[in-house]
Design a protein around this ligand. Sequence first.
Ligand SMILES: *Cc1c(COP(=O)(O)O)cnc(C)c1O
Length: 429
Amino acid sequence: MQLVNLKDASEQVSFAQAVKQGLGRNQGLFFPTEIPSFDNIDELLAMPFVERSTKILSAFIGDELGEDTVADIVKDAFTFPAKVEQVNDKTYCLELFHGPTLAFKDFGGRFMAQCLARISDGAPITILTATSGDTGAAVAHAFHGLDNINVVILFPKGKISPLQQKLFTTLGDNIHTVAIESDFDACQAMVKHAFDDVDVREGLHLNSANSINISRLLAQVCYYFEAVAQLPEDKRSKAVFSVPSGNFGNLTAGMIAKVMGLPIKRFIAATNLNDTVPRYLKTGEWAPNATVATMSNAMDVSQPNNWPRIEALVERGYIDKAILRGESVDEEYTQLAMRQLLKEGYTSEPHAAIAYRAVSHDLNDDEVGVFLGTAHPAKFRETVENVLGTPLSLPKPLADCANQDSLEAELPADYEALKAHMIALLKGE
Ligand SMILES: *Cc1c(COP(=O)(O)O)cnc(C)c1O
């Protein structure tokens, strides 16, 4: 598989190189020079999840890693299901939260960890990543205990739910966590800064595991196929996917699935009050505002870092922008949507509820809506209990860490402080 740097077309790399590097020169994102497609979609949809995902991912990376290795990676990474639940006549939820950290990021995180472990062949690596909540947990669990890989995770102090935080700050060992006294965009900027700093990038063999890493995106393509496979056959070509979006990795993966031949009708980019993309789709003007804190905190992103890949899909003629609509949902309507879902007999959390709201009043007669359930409701227990007025029980992964000590360090939003911290932490080893 070949990938090109979207900011510098003279930089072309292999999949292995793109996974190791994360970002290209000038912080450019890597993008496949070719997107494979299937014409035998029905045959593909008839396969079990792991087998089908191996086929899909082999079409990208089989030439480089070998189909058997891809099969092993997929088997080790996708150890839990993606489930479609019907909510009402016209609407389904694609539940992506049945993995070890109860959010969709387990798919990408685990696939990336398994790829890296095989690609790096024992050479030391430092994973440096910023999280607005769920990436951190997924990455921490995916890499915990892997030899020669250290993980440093930055998160905005006080801006993610206490349970979310416990899921990754309690692991210890090769998992190092840092609370930054600022917001997620500041954490993301510090990560970018570190990658621009040759001393740190080369000295610590940096690798980013956030949603810019191409391996994570490829993994996420697979569950869109799984969603369509689980729909009743007469509805398979009628699906409108509503994607609760922050950095827009999930939506990018969905669009790649469509390019590969999956019959998705169109997409809705559902955001919270951080509405840079919905406004851009309406006005044509890219004008990020300051990030606002909301209940759906994993989507509190005003400068989504995967957006250039969606632009590239459009510019290269893979995707017609007309099949994408944006919708921003405010805090009041998020709560309303959670209550509406409960009336339908479905307990949800703010991120999925936003996607439900965006699709529920936007379906033609010949369409069905699929909104992505990106996290388990218990991950946002305080919010969900407050809004719905019903107590939630904790699933096992959360119950296990709820009473353990948090081990994070605390730093100001200052790159030099982070650099000193990382060098002290990792150089001595
Ligand atoms: C990360 C996350 C999102 C946003 O996904 P992107 O790929 O960054 O757009 C939505 N919901 C939850 C629960 C998340 O953790």
